[in-house]
Design a protein around this ligand. Structure first.
Ligand code: PEP
Length: 257
């Protein structure tokens, strides 16, 4: 079984200095390999411009660096885009795709996500594909159908469970302080697990992460939910103490599974 993933999405926050300081704090705790954090896998996704500098800070392989998007094309005439080749060149081994902020602010479709995921897979990068429903969709009782359609359309052809993770992030819980209840998360994660099992090879190896106002106070309860294989964390990943505390709480929660 793959380890529980604690993934921090720093979004478009910080400066070179503050991001390097945040990385230093996270790395010094993880490097000390303390009992309280060992057992999870850790990933951080700093702003693109700072990945290279942070990559140089990583001595032991204690944390995975991830981009927040990638081009579906190879290097060439694509102004403003960033290829998987470039991401790998500066030390990123993973890429987050289809985050709701990219779907909403950049009109990114599930078809776009599938093309990008295919390119990342060719580059042998790990991928986290985000899926979500809006509050209106949930209130209309459409959340399961929306998530099913996003998963099936966003997965690249020939996807297996080995290098792709799904992150379920209800839009109404992102950055709002409102967390989905453990019952809501369980219902959706079990539903996603069934979709994956029905449609993919090695689906068991695909982790299903939960994201949406995860914090130290709710991490233990959420980590104990069946089919929760990790967290994608925004706000609480911007402070080393809360990011690492979530890791500790998640370890406790996994024992309750
Ligand atoms: C996110 O943006 O991926 C996220 C889950 O944010 P937050 O933890 O701040 O809700």
């Amino acid at each position: 079984m793959r380890p529980f993933l604690i993934a921090g999405n720093w979004k478009m926050n910080g400066s070179m200095k503050s991001c390097q300081e945040l990385a230093t704090s996270i790395l010094s705790s993880l490097n000390s390999d303390s009992e309280s954090v060992r057992g999870n896998e850790y990933l951080i996704s700093p702003p693109f411009l700072y990945i290279d500098a942070i990559s140089r800070q990583i001595e032991k392989d204690v944390v995975i660096l991830a981009g927040k998007d990638c081009s579906a094309s190879d290097n060439g005439a694509h102004t403003g885009d960033i290829s998987c080749e470039m991401l790998k060149d500066v030390g990123a081994k993973s890429v987050i795709l289809g985050h709701s902020e990219r779907r909403q602010n950049h009109g990114e479709t599930s078809q776009d996500v599938a093309k990008k995921a295919e390119k990342a897979a060719q580059a042998k990068m790990a991928v986290i594909i985000c899926v979500c429903e809006t509050l209106e969709e949930r209130e209309a009782g459409e959340e399961f159908e929306i998530v099913r359609s996003q998963i099936l359309t966003s997965l690249p052809s020939g996807a297996t469970g080995q290098d792709i993770d799904i992150a379920y992030e209800p839009v109404w819980a992102i950055g709002t302080g409102k967390t989905a209840s453990a019952e809501d998360v369980e219902a959706m994660h079990d539903f996603i697990r069934n979709i994956l099992n029905e449609n993919l090879d090695k689906a068991d190896e695909m982790r299903i992460l939960y994201g949406g106002s995860v914090k130290p106070e709710n991490a233990k309860e959420l980590a104990a939910v069946s089919n929760v294989g990790g967290f994608l964390i925004g706000g609480a990943s911007l402070k080393a103490e809360s990011f690492l505390e979530i890791g500790r709480e998640a370890l406790l929660g996994q024992k309750d599974k």
